[in-house]
Design a binder for this molecule. Sequence first.
Ligand code: GDP
Ligand code: MN
Length: 422
Amino acid sequence: QLLEIKLERLEGWQTKFPEDLDMYRQGILDDTTWSSDLEKHTAEIAPWVWHHRGRADILYEQIQSEEPKTRRDALAEMAQLKIPLNFEPRANASFVVLIRNKELKDFLPTISQLEQRFNHKFHYPYLFLNDKPFSQEFMQKVAASTTSNVTFARIPLDHWSMPDFIDPDQALQARKQMGANHVAYGGSLSYRHMCRFNSGFFYKHPLLQNVDWYWRVEPGVDFYCDIDYDPFLFMQRNNKMYSFVVALEEIEETIPTLWEHTLEYMLKNNVTSDWMSYFANRDGDYNLCHFWSNFEIASLRWLRSDAYEAFFKYLDEAKGFFIERWGDAPVHSLAAGMLLNRKQVHLFNDIGYRHEKFARCPDLSNAGLERRCQCPKDIDNFDNSKGSCLPQWKSLASIEWSNRDSKEALRLVRERRRYAEG
Ligand code: GDP
Ligand code: MN
């Protein structure tokens, strides 16, 4: 019976190039990977879904091509990989949620909004990560909130520890000092582990090794509008690597030397950019702008690239994750500024979102979009508020940032530091 369904779909799928279809059929009809569960897109039941999803999407585009060779090559590859023709294009992607057991009650409304607004149609899997074991209650209640695949996993210990090159006493003194100065999370060690983990480790988790894209979700966030298309595929098809919804200024006390280290790294490694100027003010200093990483849809391949890894390692060895309190958001942002083109970074302007006291509600009326936004009446749209870096982003022009710019900025920053230190 399954075979019949499959045949029917094959017949119904495309009558434009029947001779291609025959070729495809010969390659695939004896395959046993088909299961009705494919329709639920559950990765573990249909292994090709997991391993070839990203490729499948590209092939799927190609088999619609007018160019016979492109079409045939793509069909042959699909047959070989046993990718069904009735495949609904989707990305090789997963939600990633770093979370603690005690945040369950904050997370349940978040996942229910995410499902209702987006994922009940798209069925992307969730990966939950924790430095401690998840409780039964946590796993049961979360699993009951979605029909998609959910996985709960521990973080490897060495992804959540102080490296040898950090002096624990010095780190403790730094925490005490920042705590006494009332810097947000300044006294917290676990917060620092979290920021370092999100900067340099989550994408190395064994369960993400075959995954190309992630969407980071935090407990307590709201999604105000429907998302009726697949943002992962949008990223993939438009050659985007990193995306955001909120851009804002970082708390200066948490990153006193991050900019300096970034400039040094750029100089040492000859890194130039077409938009690093977005992050610099007129004095060559960091303008504190960064993309808020509690919402993030981005490429895991990019984070796993040698270039990103080298930058992370450099920062890690500069000790700022423990001696200062570097957040993963400015780290991701500056890495994007250095390593990506301006066009590879995308603002999902049509996503309504709230994390803590910063919310944004898109005005979609002009675009003629029916996204059923439900923004609370009393929210201020942060996009236009002081502290938002969205206006700069929207007016950003591509300006080449050369080694000379890095050098000059570094000179100015160091000069000011010497002056301040007397
Ligand atoms: P904020 O958004 O900067 O205020 O920081 P949060 O407290 O929201 O933490 C950021 C993310 O990391 C959230 O998803 C938290 O659930 C998660 N998180 C923070 N600290 C820990 C921790 O010690 N263990 C685990 N498992 N998750 C954490
Ligand atoms: Mn948060």
